[in-house]
Write a protein that binds this ligand. Structure first.
Ligand code: RIB
Ligand code: CA
Length: 316
């Protein structure tokens, strides 16, 4: 069944692969893209999404900018990982269409009101836009099939020892989403750190030879420079590039790629050492509602094949 999808993203190198994966899949009808502030400033992630659509020759897909900052906190960006532009490492085409003035919230609402089918929301950045939509249009929650999001972690963070970047940037927004009652699938670091591409994969992508693949290979070369290596690694260990965001899209395309378990998840929003952590009730100690399907593992070969098929899609 083809799923109608809106992708909310903060491109971002791994967001770029997620966006291209959504465009290339026959399982997804990508209705719109909305952009969040996260990897870079809002105007940069918005422009990056438009440039990626120009690269993919899909500027027919509407792009709307979302909130300029988190609900209640100052914005933290990841320019140390994604660079000054948010997509450093490649030359991207200049968009040829004029910028839409509609807001992300209004575009999501317009699409859900008009859709005769439920719509899947995929989020690969901070959850600010999704939270704003849920708060401003509670009557449209029933039109959401699923929110598949990259964020959080059951065990260990990457912004603090406990918190993952997307959740840490806007913990209040993440908590609103967790408590929304909407079906949720969470692709946190527990699984996304396993979704790795290696130098050989970048070489294979570049050799696919179309403009999208060659550009993505350049982006991955840059992203590889900022890939973190686990503390336990010795000098024999080769860590791949962590393809966090494509996991949230790949699940919608082929859920069999991932292992998920329904668990209770809450977000720490108090200004403590654990701020922004996703508290996953792994052993069901609280006996509370199991509100989130949490992923811990994936079939890496299936994920890798989907990635390669995505790049080959842009041959024609
Ligand atoms: O922690 C990984 C997440 O932070 C990914 O979405 C990446 O794009 C960055 O936004
Ligand atoms: Ca992202």
């Amino acid at each position: 069944m083809v799923r109608k999808v809106i992708l909310d993203c903060d491109p971002g190198h791994d967001d770029a692969m997620a966006l291209l994966m959504a465009i290339a899949s026959e399982e997804i009808d990508l209705l719109a893209i909305t952009t969040s502030a996260g990897n870079q400033l809002p105007q940069k992630t918005f422009e990056n999404a438009r440039k990626l659509l120009a690269l993919a020759k899909r500027e027919d897909i509407p792009v709307a900018a979302g909130a300029a900052k988190p609900l209640r906190r100052e914005l933290i960006i990841a320019d140390d990982v994604h660079g000054e532009s948010g997509l450093d490492g490649a030359d991207l085409p200049i968009p040829t269409t004029s910028k839409l003035s509609i807001s992300a919230n209004d575009l999501i609402a317009e699409i859900l009101k008009e859709s005769t089918e439920k719509v899947t929301l995929i989020a690969t950045g901070p959850l600010t836009n999704i939270a704003i939509f849920i708060l401003s249009h509670p009557e449209l929650k029933e039109k959401i099939e699923l929110i598949s999001f990259m964020g959080g972690a059951c065990f260990g963070g990457n912004m603090t020892p406990e918190a993952e970047f997307n959740i840490y940037v806007d913990p209040e927004a993440a908590d609103i989403v967790m408590q929304s009652g909407v079906p949720l699938a969470m692709f946190g670091l527990d699984v996304t750190l396993k979704a790795q591409l290696f130098d050989t994969d970048i070489k294979e992508i570049r050799e696919i030879g179309n403009d999208v693949a060659k550009t993505m290979a350049d982006l991955l070369d840059f992203f590889n420079l900022t890939t973190t290596v686990p503390f336990w690694a010795d000098n024999q260990h080769v860590e791949g590039i962590h393809m966090h965001d494509p996991c949230a899209v790949a699940f919608v395309i082929d859920p069999t790629i991932f292992t998920t378990y329904l668990m209770h998840v809450e977000v720490e929003t108090s200004n403590t050492l654990a701020l922004g952590s996703t508290v996953v009730d792994y052993d069901n100690v609280f006996k509370k509602d199991k509100n989130v399907a949490v992923s811990f593992d994936l079939d890496l070969q299936k994920f890798r094949k989907l990635t390669m098929d995505t790049m080959k899609f842009f041959d024609n």
